[in-house]
Design a protein around this ligand. Structure first.
Ligand code: FAD
Length: 567
């Protein structure tokens, strides 16, 4: 048994930023990750990170307002104010850590314009911003001497007397199960993209941490808010970064029309993502697409510029669609990209409410895409997620260290470990007569993508819920062929699928609950936003017996009253 002050689950940007912050405050910290830290999905972020820097004549209030409008007024404004106000110092801190941001002609940090924003305030490193940030963050973690347990898979949280007391994890290279005690645990396990098929997310984005927290008693909030990105590649769903449109690329339909002029006359291609995705899907549904797609046209940007600023997009086009974007438009369509909802936290990452308006678990914290501080509400602005990971990763790290300094380690019975050992053993020794993990995973992903995409309706969502529940029953009989313990990836995939089914159910139940259209949740049977009844968050609690329990929570409004949302 190993003991820590703060244990961070997840070594993406949020997890490593949190670990550094906690260590800085004198806590004994370890970070666990199911893959090597630099293979986390943060590595795939291309376009950039937002901040309103005053010396550029920008104003955090504009960034805040545009984030609120982007969220379709569902984001909590106290949290958004923190995000926008603390963004600048975080960019400078990243620069000082060693992130080599791309520069403008004048030699100062360069910016590009991202969707839903009037101003160019997205800082970037060519089109591999996440990779540049993640590698630097990992260097900083090594430099600070934070203990890194990579290729460790967390299977459950330990809760003693209502407080989080540690985790149980598999050390993948030996298959041995460990009980790790901690005074505070921070979940930074990223998103759940792969609950949908296809998705822009890495195969490891399976919502593990959301399921861990949910099963431990913390509500998942705004899970119905699933972002479909407007430009994902035909076929495999690979992301073509928003930076392409930010740098001036257009969208065209089969008639060669720049159709966004009709849907968003002012912002056109740079309206918010939900708006652009719906416009594309409408064009496709009304017969102005080609083979289920519309086109992204970059030709006018010129080869030199594309190779310098959009090199990955260029390479991806060639490798995966056989299209040279300097010469031809590339077929794209809306695809699952990001989960706005997640583990309910306050602005310091706490998964419990000091005012007791919602129930959670003291000692547990969350940050990054796994968490729902409620910044993104119904729709996240591009380049606000990397910002979310560093600002709220840091805040969660600081708060967890402080919490840990006042808490004793709890006694944890070895029975916890034995219980988890038994669960894994049962899974491994089950006779695999039924479905494979892969089959259930694919059926779930396809059903979610069919019924919980850009356009939704009651009947479709009910079909998806029935499907998820049927798959859950089939999952309970699923077996793992590899019975060995060393690097048993079959076991990992089976455990991940369990988490994904929890997430799929929470998304569907949340979506059925919300009887209006807002942000990414657009119901063709209820197409209007209804502030009178639905200006509130949907919380989904796990129950031991029966379906999840639903609750709601008011939206925090500080300075921006809801308005009609036009771009
Ligand atoms: C293709 C792509 C491009 C994007 N581009 C941008 C962009 O340009 N700008 C922007 O702002 N946002 C972008 N995003 C979104 C953004 O990158 C992510 O939301 C963000 O990086 C998530 O960071 P994270 O630290 O929360 O999680 P991740 O980086 O996903 O890290 C999760 C960590 O948790 C660990 N983990 C998970 N489950 C377990 C478990 N059971 N046990 C142990 N460890 C576990 C993983 O190993 C990993 O280390 C993009 C996303 C994608 C998919």
């Amino acid at each position: 048994m190993a003991d820590y002050d703060v244990l961070v689950v997840g070594a993406g940007l949020a997890g490593m930023r949190a670990a550094l912050a906690a260590q800085e405050r004198g806590a004994k910290v370890a970070v666990l990750s199911k893959v090597h830290p630099v293979r986390s999905h943060s590595n795939a972020a291309q376009g950039g990170i937002n901040a309103a820097l005053t010396d550029r004549g920008d104003d955090w209030q504009d960034h805040g307002y545009e984030t609120v409008k982007g969220s379709d007024y569902l984001g909590d404004q106290d949290a958004i104010e923190v995000l926008a106000q603390e963004a600048g110092r975080e960019i400078i801190a990243l620069e000082h850590m060693g992130v080599i941001f791309s520069r403008g002609e004048d030699g100062r940090l360069g910016t590009r314009r991202f969707g839903g924003q009037q101003r160019a305030r997205t800082f970037f490193v060519s089109d591999f911003t996440g990779q540049a940030m993640l590698h630097v963050m990992f260097e900083q973690v090594l430099r600070a001497g934070v203990e890194v347990l990579d290729e460790w898979f967390v299977t459950s949280l330990v809760v003693e007397e209502g407080r989080c007391a540690g985790v149980v994890a598999i050390e993948l290279r030996t298959g041995k199960l460990h009980l790790l005690r901690a005074k505070a645990v921070i979940i930074a396990t990223g998103g759940l993209g792969r609950v949908f098929e296809p998705s822009t997310n890495g195969l490891i984005c399976t919502g593990d941490g959301m399921s861990l927290a949910y099963r431990a008693g913390v509500p998942l909030m705004d899970m119905e808010m699933v972002q479909y990105h407007p430009t994902t590649l035909k076929g495999n769903g690979l992301l073509m970064t928003e930076a392409a449109r930010g740098e001036g690329a257009y969208l065209l339909n089969s008639k060669g029309e720049r159709f966004m002029e009709r849907y968003a006359p002012t912002m056109k291609e740079l309206a918010s993502r939900d708006v652009v995705s719906r416009a594309e899907q409408t064009e496709i549904n009304e017969g102005r697409g080609v083979d289920g797609c519309v086109f992204l046209d970059c030709r006018h940007l010129g080869k030199k510029f594309i190779l310098e600023r959009l090199h990955q997009v260029y390479e991806e086009g060639k490798a995966f669609a056989n299209v040279d974007i300097t010469e031809q438009p590339i077929p794209i369509r809306p695809g699952m990209h990001y989960q706005m909802g997640g583990i309910k936290t306050d602005v310091d990452g706490r998964c419990w409410d000091m005012k007791k308006r919602w129930r959670g678990v003291p000692g547990l914290f969350a940050a990054g895409e796994a968490a729902c501080v409620s910044l993104h509400g119904g729709n996240r602005l591009g380049a606000n997620s990397l910002l979310d990971t560093v600002v709220f990763g840091r805040r969660a790290g600081h708060c967890a260290a402080e919490y840990a300094s006042q808490e004793p380690l709890k006694t944890v019975s070895q029975a916890r470990l034995a219980h988890e050992e038994e669960r894994i053993h049962a899974l491994l020794s089950r006779n695999s007569s039924g479905d494979s993990v892969a089959k259930i995973r694919l059926e779930m992903g396809q059903s979610m993508n069919e019924h919980l995409a850009v356009f939704r309706n009651q009947e479709g969502m009910e079909t998806a819920l029935r499907k998820v529940r049927e798959l859950r029953q089939r999952y309970d009989r699923v077996g793992v062929r590899d019975r060995g313990r060393i690097f048993n990836m079959g076991l990992v995939f089976a455990l991940e699928l369990g988490a994904m089914l929890d997430c799929a159910e929470a998304i569907t139940v949340g979506a059925l609950e919300r009887k209006e259209s807002r942000g990414a949740h657009f119901r063709t049977d209820m197409p209007e936003r209804d502030d009178e009844h639905w200006l509130k968050h949907v919380l989904v609690y796990h129950t031991l017996e029966g379906p999840p329990r639903i609750d709601t929570l008011p939206v925090t409004i500080t300075r921006w009253q809801p308005q009609k949302r036009v771009y």
